[in-house]
Design a protein. Structure first.
Length: 319
């Protein structure tokens, strides 16, 4: 774990930030959402060199994302990755999902909605918010959680019958809490649920998961996230206060081969690398620029810890 310092503080004009997402192509551009407002705000941060030594600084608002459904706050924001082979002019920049299930694809430069789709909100509990993931291999494909199901949408289909949906499948015994596409291997989606399981799915065959992981958490899992560079590494965090770093090599784009010293090839391929006990519910986030760094953020007191993948795990992947 590393020691962190605060360089500066920035005032957010529309209230306490409930959700924030950085532009993967320009880290100085962020999108924020609050619990009190139903729109999203796009800001440009001051250059990093201008922050040192200043007690406070201001962000410049460059766009307002005003969705068609203006009675429900935003609950998820996804910025499309910076893959070079995708046509950024046609696919839009941002996805926003509000509590009522309205999914909007935005052109961030023009601050206008390109496409709108609607997923019915959770029927089981209002506390279970919908989550969304954008397929990094197909800019037209989106996965959205609804109760204990995953719904797959394609923007190229007729969004009126029925809301552009191409597939829907049950993936957890109770509610889905998080989902993330494999950044390197197409058609692979990771999900987590209130049943404390992490599951991995081949979206071409969704009758059963490719891999089910249990035992890492004793209560709801809040997040599951692929490492954006090495898909063998996955983070999970939950309401039990635990954050886990996992290795899932057997279902990755580059499975690891056991060495002479590894007697159990199965354990070498898949397993828990490390556990961080935060003592309270937490969220986990991979760095988008450093393949080996990740943060764990407390959901109650806002404490942040910066961690690194162990050296031995790096060597297994790189060598």
């Amino acid at each position: 774990m590393n020691e962190l310092t605060v360089d500066t503080e920035m005032h957010h004009p529309s209230g306490a930030v409930h959700h924030m997402c950085c532009n993967p192509k320009d880290p100085l551009i962020i999108v924020t959402a609050t619990e009190s407002n139903c729109d999203g705000r796009v800001f440009r941060l001051p250059p990093l060199g201008h922050l040192e030594g200043s007690e406070s600084s201001n962000m410049k608002e460059i766009a307002v994302l005003d969705p068609p459904d203006t009675v429900s706050p935003l609950v998820d924001i996804v910025w499309r990755g910076a893959s070079e082979y995708l046509d950024h002019q046609q696919a839009g920049d941002l996805l926003t999902m509000n509590k009522n299930g309205t999914l909007v694809r935005w052109d961030q430069d023009l601050a206008c909605a390109i496409s709108v789709s609607t997923i019915s909100p959770s029927k089981r509990t209002a506390a279970l918010l919908p989550r969304v993931a954008w397929d990094p291999h197909n800019p037209e494909a989106v996965a959205v959680s609804q109760d204990n199901r995953i719904r797959l949408l394609d923007w190229r289909t007729d969004t009126s019958t029925p809301t552009g949906m191409t597939d829907s499948f049950v993936c957890h015994h109770v509610g889905v809490t998080s989902l993330d596409y494999n950044p390197n291997k197409p058609y692979v989606l990771a999900t987590s649920g209130q049943d404390s399981f992490v599951k991995f799915w081949d979206l071409r065959l969704t009758k059963r998961p490719s891999l089910t992981v249990q035992g890492g958490h004793s209560h709801w899992i809040c997040d599951v996230q692929y490492n954006p560079f090495h898909d063998q590494l996955v983070l999970s965090s939950g309401t039990d206060g635990l954050a886990n770093l996992w290795r899932f090599s057997s279902i990755s784009s580059a499975p690891l081969l056991p060495t002479v010293e590894d007697n159990d090839s199965t354990g070498y391929a898949n397993g828990k690398v490390s556990t961080h006990d935060q003592q309270e519910p937490s969220r986990c986030y991979w760095s988008q620029t450093d393949a080996w760094a990740y943060m764990i953020v407390s959901c109650t007191d806002g404490k942040v810890s910066l961690n690194h993948v162990p050296s031995g795990e790096k060597y297994k992947i790189l060598l």
